[in-house]
Design a protein around this ligand. Structure first.
Ligand SMILES: Cc1cc2nc3c(=O)[nH]c(=O)nc-3n(C[C@H](O)[C@H](O)[C@H](O)COP(=O)(O)O)c2cc1C
Length: 318
């Protein structure tokens, strides 16, 4: 059993934070399938301080998905202190730790000077981590890329380490590259060799084979999966089996169906509106006959009932 700070992390992959996707139902689903640790999507420190109306939904956590890390974004160390104070006062039991987002690369992040923009300022990364650490006894992690466009990940990691960070996740691409090219796993290996806190490898794990290969090539302590889990929480079951050197289960249509039904059940239980679950099903139909048509139908659905009918229709074609 590995640890991040004081938090025990069982065998299995970590679920990556994904905006508008890793909601309470999806995180719970992934946890049930064997994700070892789950992260919320990015949450604005300013939004927390000013009690933005979206905040309660973003801080909603289920008992079944714990332990959960709350990912925060912003650029002012004082804001992080205030935001963590707010969460510690009002939602402390929901989260076992906090994460600094230094990886987001959407235009909004560059304009707002947060996410991977921070990587041009290693001392700022240090100051934010330091404030976060001073605001809580819980572990603090850093999720970053290789840099915005210049390679600064090692410098940032060293600053974060000296500020007391408990683990570092590296999505091995530059911020300005978005998702183009391939994640450079050699850099994860380099980070692992040069930094003494646990390293979480991330980027381009699309199968259990990739997850095992990343561990082997980089010697990282943990692997984190994002896009490959969309519509496919089963990958966490397979990855856990792989990491435990067990026989890897096959993802049959029957398994897909069980997962989809479970996700609908959880989404209803947590009162998610239909629009926030469509993304899962748009990915879920990948590989099915007439997938583009099915995707359009999913986009148009207005209720869970309609969604369930589409799934039933797919089932009938088997
Ligand atoms: C739809 C989507 C939303 C994302 N939102 C976040 C986010 O809120 N915070 C973050 O640190 N990374 C975010 N990411 C990046 C992922 O956490 C992850 O680092 C990236 O997708 C690479 O991992 P993968 O190749 O396994 O997908 C997002 C990615 C996607 C596809």
């Amino acid at each position: 059993m590995n640890k991040i700070g004081s938090i025990k992390v069982p065998n299995g992959a970590l679920l990556a934070p994904m905006a508008d996707y890793t909601n309470v139902a999806f995180r719970t689903l992934c946890k049930k399938y064997g994700a070892s640790l789950v992260y919320t999507e990015l949450v604005s420190v300013k939004g927390l301080i000013h009690k933005n109306k979206k905040i309660p939904k973003l801080l909603n956590v289920s008992g079944e998905e714990k332990p959960v890390f709350l990912q925060l974004f912003g650029n002012d160390p004082i804001d992080f202190e205030k935001a963590i104070n707010f969460v510690e006062k009002n939602n402390s039991e929901n989260f076992v730790g906090y994460d600094l987002n230094a990886g987001c690369s959407v235009p909004k992040a560059k304009k707002g000077k947060y996410g991977s923009y921070l990587l041009d300022y290693p001392k700022l990364v240090r100051n934010i981590i330091k404030k976060m650490k001073n605001s809580t006894n819980k572990p603090v992690t850093l999720k970053m890329r290789l840099g915005l466009s210049d390679e600064t990940f090692l410098e940032c990691a060293k600053e974060a380490e000296s500020a007391g960070v408990d683990a570092i996740c590296l999505h091995a691409r530059f911020g300005n590259d978005g998702y183009s090219g391939k994640a450079d796993w050699k850099k994860i290996h380099e980070l692992k060799n040069k930094i003494n806190v646990p390293i979480i490898g991330n980027g381009d794990i699309f199968s259990v084979k990739d997850a095992l290969e990343m561990k082997k090539q980089t010697n990282c302590d943990f692997v984190m999966i994002g896009r490959a889990s969309m519509g496919n929480a089963f990958i966490f079951k397979q990855t856990k089996e792989g990491l435990l050197k067990k026989k890897i289960s096959e993802r049959t249509f029957k398994e897909k169906l069980v997962e989809a039904k479970k996700f609908i059940e959880l989404s209803k239980k947590f009162n998610l509106e239909i629009n926030s679950v469509k993304g899962y099903f748009i990915s879920w139909v990948k590989g099915e006959k007439n997938a583009p048509k099915l995707r359009n139908e999913i986009v148009m659905t207005k209720s869970y009932e309609e969604l369930e009918k589409i799934i039933e229709k797919i089932k009938q074609t088997k």
